[in-house]
Ligand binder design. Structure first.
Ligand SMILES: C[S@@+](CC[C@H](N)C(=O)[O-])C[C@H]1O[C@@H](n2cnc3c(N)ncnc32)[C@H](O)[C@@H]1O
Length: 179
């Protein structure tokens, strides 16, 4: 009997792994939600070592048109609900995944990052003609690290607070230097 060791040692293609979990309709093991703070809420953390380009999670929810999403967004703001709408382009269509309904899936809980905080990124996959939002690691991620991707919106309120804090901190340093 002969073994093909090449196929045993080869890592499965991340997109193939993504499609496997999309078909099974479940999140891969090795990731978990943890409460961070009142301000940030929950986040998702690695409980196993992740390699660069690995598939992490599917942003699971209802696929709707941009128009429908804009109407729902207003309603959710009125109802004081958190924002779980991911807008994206698929071919010539402007679409959105609405993950407001908590179905227990994790990707809706991955927080926004900037600069060196970012360790993963969202990609739109075409799975038998259907768009699927999938999160992939953009660097190796050690056990215990929080997943963060760029929400790609410079006007997010927590981003301006971070900038304001940095500006105040730098001006305080200058005041200190000249006293
Ligand atoms: C898609 S949810 C992420 C999960 C959220 N932390 C939760 O527990 O429901 C997006 C919301 O999380 C919070 N959030 C995400 N990234 C953040 C960050 N970098 N700093 C502060 N809050 C953040 C904001 O309230 C934002 O509206």
């Amino acid at each position: 009997m002969t073994f093909d060791f090449r196929s045993m040692s080869r890592r499965q293609k991340p997109e193939k792994v993504a499609k496997l979990f999309i078909t099974k309709d479940e999140d891969p093991p090795g990731l978990a939600r943890h409460f961070i703070s009142e301000k940030i809420g929950y986040g998702v953390f690695a409980e196993k070592k992740v390699m660069r380009s690995d598939f992490l999670l599917e942003y699971h929810g209802e696929i709707i048109t941009e128009e429908e999403a804009t109407t729902r967004e207003k309603l959710y703001i009125e109802q004081n609900k958190g924002s779980f709408l991911y807008f994206f382009r698929f071919g010539k269509q402007d679409l959105c995944v609405d993950a407001t309904h908590d179905d227990g899936r994790l990707c809706r809980l991955v927080n926004d990052g900037v600069g060196t905080d970012i360790n993963c990124s969202m990609k739109v996959l075409n799975v038998t003609g259907q768009p699927k939002l999938c999160l992939f690691a953009c660097c190796d991620i050690p056990i215990g690290q929080e997943l963060r991707y760029d929400y790609n919106d410079p006007n997010l309120p927590w981003r301006s607070m971070k900038k304001k804090w940095k500006k105040n901190y730098i001006s305080m340093m200058f005041i200190d230097m000249f006293h």
